[in-house]
Design a protein around this ligand. Sequence first.
Ligand SMILES: *Cc1c(COP(=O)(O)O)cnc(C)c1O
Length: 388
Amino acid sequence: MSRPAIWEALRDALVALERDGLARRLRTLDAPCGPLARVDGRDLVSFCSNDYLGLAADPALTEALVDGARRWGVGSGAAHLVSGHLTPHAALEARLAAFTGAERALLFSTGYMANLGIVPALVGRGDAVFADRLNHASLIDAAQLARAEHRRYPHGDVDALDRLLAASTAKRKLILTDAVFSMDGDLAPLPELLALAERHDAWLVVDDAHGFGVLGPQGRGSLAHFGLPPSPRLIHMGTLGKAAGAAGAFVAGAAVVIEWLLQRARTYIFTTGGSPAIACALLAALDLIERGDTRRDHLQRLTAQLRSGLAETRWQLLPSPTAIQPVLVGDNHEVLRVAAALFERGLWVPAIRPPTVPAGGARLRVSLSAAHTPEQVARLIDALRSLA
Ligand SMILES: *Cc1c(COP(=O)(O)O)cnc(C)c1O
């Protein structure tokens, strides 16, 4: 039997990925999410996860999940609008709305799905999306799916965005941005973006995947961090698999917008509701987030420790104030060599390459967690200094 041509084409493309230092590798973790990982029988200190507050394997969340499963079962059995919306989901939505200061919140199964749902529900042909160049892949895909005109502005460039908005004749305008950029760790200028939304009669959708739980008073997120008042133009999306330690996502905003998303967001309507037991775990996570100043202070200290420890080395840290601390390397093969050398020393830091970051922007993405100790961060600093 002859091999289909597509099979050969895929094999050639895989060889090219390997040659260009772009092949990715799936590693199986033989331990719960936390600072201590076990991979291929080796013990490692991991700087990979987005579990910023160390909640993913917290006993209180585990307990709430087990109790929740005993009371409500494991699966929801149907889409939310059919019969998959259980009391813990409703309680979690009410809690998220109150916590973020919004009129109403809606749960989605993942952050990726939330973004793919929100944007096409709000804009379409004849409308325009204005997106930061460094936005997360899910926001880029969401803009494509919406079939609206897709304009991208240089990273954080408020003046360029202002000009694009002023020149646009689109019916509806929607500004899309990460709040904390996932591969750079810096913050979007949200007050300026909201002012532009008001001036140009646009919506502002903020993806707070890396700010929710970490930034702002009690971890209420990036909008609270900037002290932004509720605005009918603001749509706040947050994910629940990062600082909140579980899985899922939410969109919070004005009641009319949320009702529209419930009626029209296809990734909300045509998918099974999340596990009610996970909703119970998330209610426990919100308690810990709200009372989590000690964890957030510790995370802040670790961030400062890493930055000052690497300040006078050849490793160029990007100017990030958050727990995402990228070490810019540039070349794909070199970043793989550095990551492999760290791995040999028992330190696991992901090498991020295109297309996740722009060509020539390969980097180590150090991700800190409140579960790390200062000693673990010191080990990373020492290893990077000796590799420099
Ligand atoms: C992780 C991430 C998402 C996707 O969220 P999931 O819940 O993991 O699907 C969306 N946006 C940004 C900025 C992210 O970092």
